[in-house]
Design a protein around this ligand. Sequence first.
Ligand code: AMP
Length: 307
Amino acid sequence: MSLVVVGSMAFDAIETPFGKSNRIVGGAATYIAWSASNFTRPIKQVSVVGGDFPKDELKLLEARGVNLEGVQVKENEKSFFWSGKYHLDMNTRDTLETQLNVLANFEPTVPNDYQDCDFLMLGNLNPHIQLSVIKQIEKRPKLVALDTMNFWMETALGDLEKTLTKIDVLIINDSEARQLSGQFSLVKAAKEILKMGPKYLVIKKGEHGALLFDANEVFFAPALPLEEVFDPTGAGDTFAGGFMGHIARTKDLSFNNMKRAIIVGSAMASFCVEKFGTTRLKEINAGDIESRIQLFKNLVSFDIELD
Ligand code: AMP
């Protein structure tokens, strides 16, 4: 049994109203692995980095139970680089620069040892790469989740639509759900998107929480009201890592358990934004996570008597 994670491992340069980081380690799969490894191990990573990616960062991940056999290291090339700038409203950001570098010609190879994959998390990447990984796993995993972004809707919609027919859970943000469905109402958007293949849809709304839909039900989880959001980069991936980590740990695919997975994902994302990059995710322990989940319980529980 394992959780296989696919996605970018990268350098990011981030500017927020609170400060600026030079090239720091990021990437969707990096955040997913740091988050999910709190709940399930081993995590089997599929990615690509250049010779410039710090070896000690790879060692830290290995020490967390992350198997890196599926991570190609291209010694003579550069790692994927992304830079972004947030404004005071931290729900929106501008991409300043994307250098695909090693990602430009990335052909993932899923090692034999990864064939025991029960849970597959396809982090934000070219949908053609996501599809290639699905095809290489011989036995259909119990649950396949996928994250994507507007960039792929604009440049690779055909491949994305094909990939959506092969997955169970789609995890996207509200503007992406609107763009993919052509509907402004998120309820209508969910109906349209569920016709495209996924059985479950998670719509993240930044500081306004997240929605979970299936064909019959809807669930809402808040985001923790924080005094300061220091750096939202990776919050979506950290959310996805917490969500899939919880599902892989409990092996329960019911809607009720997905509700819990949404809370776990939201709790993990609330840590991620407290410091730059993966810094906060490297500090926290099981006790911190448990207390944070308790805060979420307190935030939404109330007594009411209707006569
Ligand atoms: P999030 O804030 O959760 O949306 O994810 C931010 C992470 O996604 C950063 O660490 C980036 O390195 C990575 N990222 C940004 N754009 C892309 C892209 N086009 N493909 C893959 N990863 C990306």
